[in-house]
Ligand binder design. Structure first.
Ligand code: S3P
Length: 188
């Protein structure tokens, strides 16, 4: 009988990627609870390590410093297993840590319609690259610059517009487990 082979080297982590406001943090937390896995949000980790908010880091030291903090956080997480990881919205494809992460992780791209992103992003003024109430055109421009990278990394893509956090997390958990579970086990 044909069976879907489990790929142990691919099951270490689920990494959520996507634009600001796509829901990586809230979905990641919920997903980790569903799977009984640990959860880490790289932004929260950076804030813990540096003692500064993301807004403060951008303001005081600039985006480059933020990206290198992001890289350091990733490096520390490479060997972790059973981890759901919510990333910041822009990760450099040339980043070697990201390549290493890719080897044992299942990358999920969360997407949302532009208007939905705008609505979500207008709730809090916590994205230094966008400011409060970003224009649709600004979101579209930044997203267009990143979408190729996101798509290249993604093992699974989900548009979250119209779905609540739990629905998105359930969807990912179901897809992830279904994909990696050998068929015999599924039928047992
Ligand atoms: C960023 C996304 C933010 C945060 C920082 C930069 C980006 O995280 O890392 O403001 O460049 O897309 P969220 O995607 O969680 O908003």
């Amino acid at each position: 009988m044909m069976s879907i082979q489990k790929q142990p080297e691919k099951t270490g982590k689920i990494v959520l990627i996507g634009f600001m406001g796509s829901g990586k943090t809230v979905v990641g937390r919920c997903l980790s609870q569903l799977l009984g896995w640990d959860f880490i949000d790289t932004d929260e980790e950076i804030e813990k390590v540096t003692g500064c908010t993301i807004v403060q880091i951008f303001k005081k030291y600039g985006e480059l410093r933020f990206r290198s903090e992001e890289e350091l956080v990733l490096k520390k997480l490479l060997n972790r297993k059973n981890l759901v990881l919510a990333t910041g919205g822009s990760m450099d494809l040339d980043n070697r840590n990201l390549e290493l992460l890719k080897q044992d992780s299942y990358f999920v791209l969360l997407q949302a319609d532009l208007e939905v992103l705008q609505q979500r992003l207008s709730r809090r003024n916590s994205r230094p690259l966008l400011g409060k109430r970003p224009e649709l055109a600004r979101i579209e421009e930044l997203l267009a610059a990143r979408e190729g990278q996101y798509l290249e990394l993604a093992d699974y893509i989900l548009n979250t517009s119209g779905l609540n956090v739990e629905e998105v997390a359930q969807n990912i958990a179901g897809h992830f487990q279904g994909f990696y579970q050998p068929r015999e086990e599924k039928q047992a």
